[in-house]
Design a protein around this ligand. Structure first.
Ligand SMILES: Nc1ncnc2c1ncn2[C@@H]1O[C@H](COP(=O)(O)OP(=O)(O)OP(=O)(O)O)[C@@H](O)[C@H]1O
Length: 215
């Protein structure tokens, strides 16, 4: 891929504490810039494929031996071992989205972002911050997906993550997600500035098409 094309399609690392609204904002971006202009990388896993799952599409299926080798060789941006099965995102998987002409969105934590910095990827780094710790706690509780213990762990991690996020130079842009609609419009404007080629759906059509997006 030419340097020019690579630059025009830099991946975007979206970072921020759990519950701050990353997933919500990414969903909204996908609707504003539709038709696979933005994409996600295909994760690797060592668990066996389920019926209908296609290698390279749903997951890149691999073995424990191979993934361990690849992790040691620094080929992974992030990985986790869950009940003896590995899951992870490889640098190559992200680059392959870029090669397909899409902007790859990486929703990762601070540790993941630090790893990306050591890799050959040259993404745009954005950090989503909550307006306050209290509001973050409210959102995490309001989502109703976590146990009390998980909420406490996430809030504990959030303090460190926020410190890292606010540190000058760690991110290209910081967005404080107070009002969801306003934050989203700020991010969408930044995308248009970074990627002038993107085709967007008018906000009115977006709301007509998907009343579910904006709560
Ligand atoms: N600006 C906002 N104002 C109020 N609520 C919001 C705002 N942004 C997001 N939310 C709500 O906060 C909750 C957490 O958002 P979301 O799941 O997108 O967070 P996340 O950063 O992706 O979390 P995780 O990293 O745990 O996946 C959701 O219920 C979402 O609807």
């Amino acid at each position: 891929m030419s340097e020019e094309k690579k630059d025009a399609l830099k991946p975007v690392v979206v970072c921020g504490p759990s519950g701050v609204g990353k997933g919500t904002l990414i969903d909204m971006l996908m609707k504003r810039f539709p038709n696979e202009q933005l994409g996600f990388s295909v994760s690797h896993t060592t668990r066996p494929p389920r019926e209908g799952e296609v290698d390279g599409k749903h997951y890149n299926f691999t073995t424990v031996e191979q993934i361990k080798k690849d992790i040691d060789a620094g080929k992974f941006i992030e990985y986790a071992e869950v009940h003896g099965k590995y899951y992870g995102t490889s640098i190559e998987a992200v680059e392959s989205v870029q090669k397909d002409g899409k902007i790859c969105i990486l929703d990762i934590d601070v540790q993941g972002a630090e790893k990306v910095k050591k890799s050959s990827l040259e993404p745009i780094y954005i950090f989503i911050a909550p307006p306050s710790q209290e509001e973050l706690e409210k959102r995490l509780r309001g989502r109703g997906t976590e146990t009390e213990e998980a909420i406490k762990t996430r809030l504990g991690n959030a303090a460190k993550e926020l410190e890292y996020g606010r540190n000058a130079g760690n991110f290209d842009r910081i967005f404080v997600n107070a009002d969801l609609k306003a934050t989203f419009e700020d991010i969408a404007s930044a995308f248009k500035e970074w990627y002038p080629h993107l085709n967007e759906v008018a906000p009115d059509d977006e709301e007509k098409n998907c009343a579910c997006v904006i709560s």
